[in-house]
Ligand binder design. Structure first.
Ligand code: DX5
Ligand code: ZN
Length: 227
């Protein structure tokens, strides 16, 4: 298994001071920044686009920015996020007309690519794509909103994907997104995940307002994980 990665989702951050929020959470030990892009079409919510990713890079953020596209169509926005400084880009296979082409756009730019599966999306999309992926992301809530509860059947699905990744022996990250809390992250890791997105559990747990305000919650998450 790969070393555990914690990727706070800025969806639950304070957008009025986003640069400071990102600096603080990285200061407290976040590995990646998870960047949720919603288009009010593929999902019933509207968030942020490439301009905000560029702004974070210009602000001085050097940590990996993990862009999760909940949009359709996907290809034009992939191009824009490549220019905006994304590190990895994941998208939902059913939102792309040509999955392999969309993955190739990401790979050709030297970024990490991944496919995202909603709770009821079958895994057959992996049949001819798994070997080309850097990340498989399983949604443990229906996409569109932060603060929802973890769907328990994700644990079985994680174990299924873990087996498929181990069978081909490639360093593909198995990421989980939605309802991840201090209380359930250990169980989620045991099911096979190595990369953990958490939004509300981190950004709603600020301890005061200083640069160390996410230290306690990040330490609590880290303490639950075995490396
Ligand atoms: C949901 C997003 C998630 C979300 C997770 O569509 O993809 O990244 O922000 O939020 P929590 O951790 O609050 O469930
Ligand atoms: Zn996400």
């Amino acid at each position: 298994m790969l070393n555990p990665v914690i990727a706070p989702s800025i969806l639950s951050a304070n957008f009025a001071c986003l640069g400071d929020e990102v600096d603080s959470v990285i200061h407290s030990g976040a590995d990646w920044i998870h960047f949720d892009v919603m288009d009010n079409h593929y999902v019933p919510n509207l968030t942020i686009g490439p301009l905000v990713c560029t702004a974070l890079r210009n602000h001085g953020v050097t940590a990996p920015i993990d862009v999760h596209l909940m949009v359709t169509p996907v290809d034009a926005l992939i191009e824009e996020f490549i220019k905006a400084g994304a590190t990895s880009i994941t998208f939902h296979p059913e939102a792309s007309q040509h999955i392999d082409r969309s993955l190739q756009i990401v790979r050709d730019a030297g970024l990490q690519c991944g496919l995202v599966f909603n709770p009821a999306t079958p895994l057959h999309y992996l049949d001819y794509a798994l070997e080309t992926l850097d990340i498989v992301l399983l949604m443990s809530v229906n996409p569109g909103f932060g603060g929802q509860s973890f769907i328990p059947s994700t644990l079985t699905k994680l174990a299924d994907v873990r087996k498929r990744i181990d069978a081909i022996g490639k360093d593909i990250r198995l990421q989980v997104d939605g309802g991840v809390k201090v209380q359930n992250i250990a169980q989620i890791q045991q099911a096979g995940a190595d990369t953990f997105v958490a939004g509300s559990a981190i950004f709603n747990a600020a301890d005061g307002s200083g640069a160390n305000r996410y230290d306690s919650v990040m330490s609590a998450f880290r303490a639950e994980l075995s490396s």
